[in-house]
Write a protein that binds this ligand. Structure first.
Ligand code: SF4
Length: 122
């Protein structure tokens, strides 16, 4: 079993727990919530900084007050961690975060981990 598969297997129970929490308590999973609000049809592309900022503010507002936002963020970052290696991108709003914000967080985590590994190996 590869290191990646071992990691995935060890994360599985935690991810199931987080998914249950989100399903049970998330604002977006409540009866009557429109899933389309968390997956806006058009995400701003390119360097449209103003559009991106507006999207980020709307994302934060969409999830404001959700009781499982921390759990949602943990699940999103774990589930989306290997999308880039598959040349895929995250979509939609999760944990009040725009997809490119989550992708940046994942990249930063990965580079911090790499730096720590280099320091440990030295
Ligand atoms: S933080 Fe947002 S996306 Fe996550 S469960 Fe709550 S409402 Fe849904």
């Amino acid at each position: 079993m590869t290191r990646k598969n071992r990691l995935r297997r060890s994360l599985a129970p935690r991810l199931r727990f987080l998914a249950d929490q989100i399903t049970e308590k998330g604002l977006c999973t409540r009866p009557g919530a429109d899933p389309g609000h968390w997956f806006p049809e058009k995400e701003p592309g390119g360097n449209a900084a103003t559009k991106r900022r507006a999207y980020e503010q709307a994302a934060a507002a969409r999830c404001f007050g959700c009781p499982v936002r921390a759990e949602c963020q943990e699940a999103a970052l774990a589930e989306e961690a290997d999308l880039a290696s598959k040349k895929l991108k995250p979509h939609g709003i999760r944990a009040g975060l725009a997809p490119w914000v989550r992708a940046d967080m994942i990249r930063n985590d990965a580079s911090e981990s790499a730096s720590e590994n280099e320091e440990t190996a030295a």
